[in-house]
Ligand binder design. Sequence first.
Ligand code: HEC
Length: 103
Amino acid sequence: MKKLFIASITATLLFSASAYSNVSSHAAPAIAASCVGCHGADGNSVVPNFPKLAGQHAAYIEKQLKDFRGGFRKDATMAPFAKSLTDEDIKALGAFYASQPAK
Ligand code: HEC
C-alpha cells in the first residue's frame, strides 16, 4: 500500500514536470490532482476539516505550503503532500487556487 502511494506520487511528479512547458500559470497544474480528494477540484473543499483554497491569496498559499514542507507549520495530514512539492509546483498551485472563484 505504501509502495503504491509512493509510486503514484512519483508518477504525478513526473507528469507535472513534463506538463509545465505548455501550461499557463492559472491552469490546474498536474500536481493539483493529488489535492483534489481533500480540497476539491477547484479548491472548494466540501468537507469542513479541509480548508478551502479557492480565492485565497497566492502568496498565502505559497507560504503555507513552504511552512508545511519545512516543518514550521505542523499537520500530519498535509505534511507528506507538501514535502513532495518543488518551488515551481508551489508557485503554480498558488496561482491556480488564487484564480478559482470561492463558492
Ligand atoms: C488527505 C487530505 C489532504 C490532501 C490530499 C491535501 N491536503 Fe492540504 N490540507 C489538509 C488539511 C487537513 C489541512 C489543514 C491543516 C491544519 O489544520 O493546519 C490542509 C491545509 C492546506 C493549506 C493551508 C490552508 C490554510 O487556509 O491555511 C494549503 C495551502 C493546502 N492544504 C494545500 C494543499 C495542496 C496544494 C495539496 C496537494 C498538493 C493538498 N493540500 C493536499 C488536507 C489535505
